[in-house]
Ligand binder design. Structure first.
Ligand SMILES: *Cc1c(COP(=O)(O)O)cnc(C)c1O
Length: 417
């Protein structure tokens, strides 16, 4: 039975889950477009919403964004191609390339298509300036502080490789090459607490005033967190918007030009839309622990092992039972990989963290929730396990949006021998 849960994903009925498991087999990602659309609408006060596609880069997800007027951020040539295939046109600032380096093939593509570049290093400005004078650029500012749910997701401050430290140096190089500075951007990390997010407003204001030139855009970056744990609260988007809107108004009057306010979320738009369904294959007892071994590993969902991230876990029993009669055990949910860190209930330190879970047996299913962001897009072929399928629920139907990779496809890159 599907348990309790403050998860407002109405498609997760027993009937639907059994249908999906039968049709597509496990392990399997499932997304609910309605949740993505709901999240987009929460941000509608911002002039521009730009989706950080690295959080969930399936082209069908990108197409939903496009349908709802969300623009797109790309951080690699592959992501630019994804955006183009999803139907984003490379003009009107629809696609912005954000990076800290510019590889040759990327440089060629952004110049050819006139895609604005959000520069995170001085070298990028030199490269662009030499090859494409007048090119539209943003400066990604390192505001000299950062934030994030984990040290690995902090993208500002002295310890971060991201963004430009010496703002005025970037400005003078932009002037030297007559690059077209269209916007200022600050993104300090992912899963940032609200206090640090508010500090960004202040920093943006100060930098823009220091710049003292007309610009078209300011971007608040991403980083908005979502509730992962039952006690986590939703972020107050309205308050956040108001703070940024005040910055915008101030800059419009100080710089005496129209300015559009962008927000650039990844997690916030897609995180809650996705689940990972996996099958229980073994329940092992050691002296003190119960390991529930499932057929998805950190090659599929990396967040727990990488950050010690918490994801809600529920159980779908193969046979209908009265869930209230099933005893709760202290279980550790683990994957199939040949690596002892392949655990989904784990602390940041790598220490296992048993969780209250209704007792399961081989043949039952585990559902890992809120995996829409940094789930599939971070997957690997580690242990030579193929990429698993993705299914999208949209307009009242389930549809395969990425098929399961075959082992032959995976090996083909190395053949012939
Ligand atoms: C990753 C990233 C984002 C999105 O971060 P979230 O925490 O998923 O909102 C936004 N902007 C840039 C430049 C990023 O690298």
């Amino acid at each position: 039975m599907q348990e309790k849960l403050n998860i407002s994903n109405k498609i997760l009925t027993r009937k639907n889950l059994i249908y999906l498991i039968k049709k597509y087999k496990t392990p399997l990602w499932v997304y609910n477009a309605n949740i993505i659309i709901k999240q987009i609408k929460k941000l509608k006060q911002f002039d521009i919403i730009r989706f950080a596609q690295k959080s969930c880069s399936n082209i069908h997800i990108l197409r939903i964004m496009k349908d709802y007027n969300v623009k797109i951020d790309a951080v690699s040539l592959g992501e630019i191609k994804r955006a183009l295939i999803a139907g984003f046109k490379p003009y009107n600032n629809n696609i912005v390339f954000t990076s800290d380096i510019l590889e040759k093939n990327v440089l060629k593509e952004v110049v050819k298509k006139n895609i604005p570049v959000n520069a995170g290093s001085i070298e990028m400005l030199h490269q662009l300036g030499k090859m494409s004078p007048g090119h539209p650029v943003w400066i990604r500012i390192n505001p000299r502080f950062g934030g994030g749910h984990h040290i690995k997701t902090n993208t500002g401050g002295d310890q971060s490789k991201h963004g430009i430290w010496d703002f005025m140096q970037a400005v003078s190089i932009i002037e030297k090459y007559h690059l077209n500075l269209i916007g200022l951007h600050i993104h300090i990390g992912s899963g940032v607490n609200i206090k640090n997010l508010y500090r960004v407003c202040e920093s943006m204001k100060n930098h823009a005033i220091q710049l003292n030139k007309k610009i078209q855009f300011i971007s608040a970056g991403g980083g908005l967190s979502i509730p992962y744990k039952p006690q986590d609260k939703e972020i107050h988007v309205n308050d956040y918007f108001k703070k940024w809107n005040n910055v915008k108004k101030k800059l419009i009057s100080t710089l005496n030009c129209p300015i559009k306010l962008e927000i650039e979320p990844g997690r916030f738009l897609v995180g809650q839309s996705g689940i990972l369904i996996a099958k229980v294959h073994s329940v092992k007892k050691t002296q003190t622990n119960i390991f529930i071994l499932i057929n998805a590993g950190f090659n599929d969902l990396m967040r727990p092992v990488l950050y010690g991230s918490y994801h809600e876990i529920t159980v779908l029993h193969k046979n209908i039972t009265d869930i209230k009669k099933i005893p709760i055990i202290r279980g550790i949910v683990a994957g199939p990989l040949c690596e002892s860190g392949d655990i989904f209930t784990i602390q940041e330190t790598g220490i296992i963290l048993p969780r209250n879970i209704p007792e399961v047996q081989p043949g039952d299913y585990i559902i890992i929730h809120n995996t829409g962001a940094y789930g599939s897009s971070m997957s690997s072929n580690y242990n030579s396990r193929p990429f698993i399928p993705e299914v999208l629920y949209e307009k009242k139907t389930f549809r395969l949006i990425r098929r399961r990779q075959t082992i032959e496809e995976m090996l083909s890159l190395e053949l012939p021998i």
